[in-house]
Design a protein around this ligand. Structure first.
Ligand code: NDP
Ligand code: 2IT
Length: 452
C-alpha cells in the first residue's frame, strides 16, 4: 500500500517531467500542478490509479494539430495566423471544447484549456471528452467580412479533424454566435453534409439550443448559490463584482439579478466600470453584443451612478461575491487580499483558471467559499452536450426544459465536488473535490479501455 506522501513524491516527480517535456508553456504547467497536487489522496487510496503510465497518459494530449491560417483583410493585405486544435482525451466521448480567438493564444494556452476541459466535461456526467482550439487572430476592430474570411480559412484546415462523433468545437473568448455561423457554413460547404452536431453554440433556427448563450453565466451563478446555501445564505440582497463583459459576464449579471443579487461591475481589457445602482443589462448588451464597443461607453451613457476606471483592478470594489469572468490569472494574490479585507464570502470562477494558485490558497485559508472553473463554469459545455443531443434527435427542446436540465446538472456537480472533498478529507475544498471527482471518472474509463 503506497502512502499519501509516497504518492505525492511520485506526482511531484511527474510534474517536474511535465515542465521539462513541455517547455515555455507556463499556463499548462499551472493547470497540471493544480490538478496533480490534489490527487495524492485518491491515488493512495485506490491502487489501480497508481498503475504506471496512467497519469502520464492523462497529461499527454492524444493529438495536437497546428496549422497555418492565411487570410486577406479589407485592403487586400495578407495576414498569416496560427490555428490550433488540441484533442486531449476521448475516453468519455468525442473531444469537446471551445475555440478561442485572441492574440495571446499559443500552444501552452490551448493545452491548459484542453486539460481543464477533460475534468470539467467529466464532472457534467455527460459523454464528452476534452479538447480545445483557437488562434492568435485578434477579432477586435475587424469587419464582419474580415472575420468571415478568417473563419473560412480556419475551417478549411480544421474540417478534416472534426466531426459530430470525433471532435465538436464551440465558442470561447472571441468566438460567439457570429463566428460559429461562419465556421459552420464553411464546414457544410466543404463536406457537403448537414452535420448539425459538429459545432455547438449555433444560432436558433439552424440547430442551436435555447439557453446555450446563457448557460455558462447562469450555471456559474447557480454554483455560487449552492456554495452559499452550504453557508446558510442565499443570493438575495448580495452585491457582486463581475469581471469581463463578454458572453459569460453578461449572463452572470443577468442570473444574479434574477436571483435577487446585484452585480455592480463589469470590465474589459481597457478597464472597469462600477455602477452603484447595479449594471443596466440592456445598455451593456447594446454596447457589447450589438455595437461591439468598449465598457467606457457604458459609463458615459449610463449617467451619474456609473464611473469608468481605466486600468486598475475590478477586485478593489467591495462586494459579497466575486465572479471572475474574463480570462486566466486575472485575480492575483494582492487582489485576493483586498477581497478578503473587504469581506468577500464566495468566489466562483466563470472564466477558466482566472485565479492564481497563490490567490486560491489565500481565499481558501480565509474561509471564503471558492468554486473552481472546471466545476463552476461547466454549465456552458453541459448545454453544448444537450445541444448535441437535440441535434442527434433532430429536435429542439423548450428553454424551460434546457434550463431545468442545466440547474439539475449544476446541483449535481456541486454535490459531487462537495461530497468528494469530504470523502477524501478536505471538507469545503471544492478544488480537491472537483479534481478528484473528474479524475475518477476519466481514469476509470481509461483503465477499462486499455493502454492506448
Ligand atoms: P468573450 O470573448 O465573450 O468575452 C471575454 C471578456 O473578457 C471581454 O470582456 C474581454 O475584454 C475580456 N478579456 C479577455 N481577455 C482579456 C485579457 N487578457 N485581459 C483583460 N480582459 C480580457 O469570452 P467569454 O465570455 O466566452 O469567455 C470568458 C471566460 O470564460 C474565458 O476564460 C473562457 O475560457 C471562459 N468560459 C467560456 C465559456 C463559454 O461558453 N463561452 C464556457 C466556460 C468558460 P476585451 O474585449 O477587451 O478583450
Ligand atoms: O471553456 C469552456 O467550457 C467553453 N468554452 C465551452 C465549451 C463548449 O464546448 O461548449
Amino acid at each position: 500500500m503506497t502512502t499519501r506522501s509516497e504518492t505525492q513524491t511520485t506526482l511531484t516527480h511527474l510534474l517536474t517531467e511535465i515542465e521539462h517535456r513541455n517547455p515555455a508553456q507556463p499556463e499548462f504547467h499551472q493547470a497540471a500542478h493544480e490538478v496533480l497536487e490534489t490527487l495524492a489522496p485518491v491515488v493512495a487510496a485506490r491502487p489501480e490509479y497508481a498503475e504506471p503510465g496512467l497519469i502520464e497518459r492523462l497529461v499527454e494530449p492524444e493529438r495536437q494539430v497546428i496549422f497555418r491560417v492565411p487570410w486577406q483583410d479589407d485592403q487586400g493585405r495578407v495576414h498569416v495566423n496560427r490555428g490550433f486544435r488540441v484533442e486531449f482525451n476521448s475516453a468519455l466521448g468525442p473531444y469537446k471544447g471551445g475555440l478561442r480567438f485572441h492574440p495571446s493564444v499559443n500552444l501552452g494556452v490551448i493545452k491548459f484549456l484542453g486539460f481543464e476541459q477533460i475534468f470539467k466535461n467529466a464532472l457534467t456526467g455527460l459523454g464528452i471528452g476534452g479538447g480545445k482550439g483557437g488562434s492568435d487572430f485578434d477579432p477586435h476592430g475587424r469587419s464582419d467580412a474580415e472575420v468571415m474570411r478568417f473563419c473560412q480559412s480556419f475551417m478549411t484546415e480544421l474540417y478534416r479533424h472534426i466531426g459530430e462523433h470525433t471532435d465538436v468545437p464551440a465558442g470561447d473568448i472571441g468566438v460567439g454566435g457570429r463566428e460559429i455561423g461562419y465556421l459552420f457554413g464553411q464546414y457544410r460547404r466543404i463536406t457537403n453534409r448537414w452535420e448539425a452536431g459538429v459545432l455547438t453554440g449555433k444560432g436558433q433556427g439552424w440547430g442551436g439550443s435555447l439557453i446555450r448563450p446563457e448557460a455558462t453565466g447562469y450555471g456559474n451563478v447557480l454554483f455560487a448559490a449552492a456554495m452559499m446555501r452550504e453557508r446558510g445564505e442565499d443570493l438575495e440582497g448580495q452585491t457582486a463584482v463581475v469581471s469581463g463583459s463578454g458572453n459569460v459576464a453578461i449572463y452572470t449579471i443577468e442570473k444574479l439579478a434574477a436571483l435577487g443579487a446585484n452585480a455592480i461591475t463589469c470590465s474589459d481589457s481597457s478597464g472597469y466600470v462600477v455602477d452603484e445602482k447595479g449594471i443596466d443589462l440592456d445598455l451593456l448588451k447594446q454596447i457589447k453584443e450589438v455595437e461591439r464597443g468598449r465598457v467606457d461607453a457604458y459609463a458615459e451613457r449610463r449617467g451619474a451612478s456609473a464611473r469608468f476606471v481605466a486600468g486598475g483592478s475590478v477586485w478593489d470594489v467591495p462586494a459579497d461575491l466575486a465572479l471572475p469572468s474574463a480570462t486566466q490569472n486575472e485575480l492575483n494574490e494582492a487582489d485576493a487580499e483586498t477581497l478578503i479585507r473587504n469581506g468577500v464570502k464566495a468566489v466562483s470562477e466563470g472564466a477558466n483558471m482566472p485565479t492564481t494558485p497563490e490567490a486560491v490558497h489565500l481565499l481558501q485559508k480565509a474561509g471564503v467559499a471558492f468554486g473552481p472553473g472546471k466545476a463552476a463554469n461547466a454549465g456552458g459545455v453541459a448545454v453544448s452536450a444537450l445541444e448535441m443531443a437535440q441535434n442527434h434527435a433532430r429536435t429542439a427542446w423548450t428553454a424551460q426544459r434546457v434550463e431545468e436540465e442545466l440547474a439539475a446538472i449544476m446541483t449535481s456537480i456541486h454535490s459531487t465536488c462537495h461530497d468528494t472533498a469530504e470523502r477524501y478529507g478536505a471538507p469545503g475544498d471544492y478544488v480537491t473535490g472537483a479534481n478528484i471527482a473528474g479524475f475518477e471518472r476519466v481514469a476509470d474509463a481509461m483503465l477499462a479501455q486499455g493502454v492506448i
